[in-house]
Design a protein around this ligand. Structure first.
Ligand SMILES: [Zn+2]
Length: 206
């Protein structure tokens, strides 16, 4: 999910680089030089509609993938990213909803499962890094509890509200092949899809 306000890209990126460690200070240092931003796939790439498979092993390779996803998310800039958006259909998401003036608060959620949703609703104009320039007002539960494995494979449970709850639901939707355009009427959804198909054709030189 993209960052809400326009153009904080460079500031946010620098913040991450100068603070050095989006993850765990002990582990981040060796990775820093090798951390990479990865291309984000966009509509109409069919992979975005695939249901992601569970992560079966939490090892150094997965840690590297999570680091690269965080780097990619901060550079976008975004507040959430699912692995499938960089072409890896596994149940892994990264999130950071800290405001610019706050220290980074990266979260890595492996095999996340929502265990409860609150009854209050929250409306948010959501964007998606895989559907550039499209923003859609979506009403979702304002509070939730999510269970997941952290990057060390340790089971965690997190109670989230506000923007964090919205972003977690948006990213878990990605793991199930669901996109923000699915909250539109069929007619409006088809218009967006057509636009991106046309863009893809132009991009491919057709
Ligand atoms: Zn998205």
């Amino acid at each position: 999910m993209p960052f809400g306000q326009p153009a904080p890209a460079s500031a946010r990126h620098v913040l991450v680089l100068t603070r050095g460690c989006p993850i765990d200070p002990k582990e981040a240092a060796p990775y820093l030089s090798s951390m990479a931003t990865l291309p984000i796939i966009t509509l109409p790439n069919p992979l975005l509609r695939k249901r992601s498979a569970p992560v079966e092993r939490i090892d150094a390779e997965l840690g590297k993938l999570a680091d690269d996803m965080l780097e990619t998310m901060y550079a976008a800039p975004g507040v959430g990213l699912a692995a499938v958006q960089i072409g890896v259909p596994r149940r892994l998401i990264v999130v950071d909803t800290a405001k610019d003036e706050e220290p980074p608060a990266p979260l890595v959620l492996v095999n996340p499962e929502i265990v409860s949703l609150g009854s209050d609703l929250r409306m948010h104009e959501e964007g998606c890094l895989s559907i550039p320039d499209e923003r859609i007002e979506i009403e979702r539960p304002a509070n939730l509890t999510v269970r997941y494995l952290d990057r060390n494979g340790k089971p965690q449970e997190l109670a989230a509200s506000g923007l964090l709850a919205t972003v977690i639901q948006h990213e878990i939707d990605h793991l199930n092949g669901k996109l923000i355009i699915d909250y539109l009427s069929r007619l409006k959804r088809d218009i967006v899809i057509r636009r991106f198909k046309k863009l893809a054709k132009v991009g491919a030189g057709a």
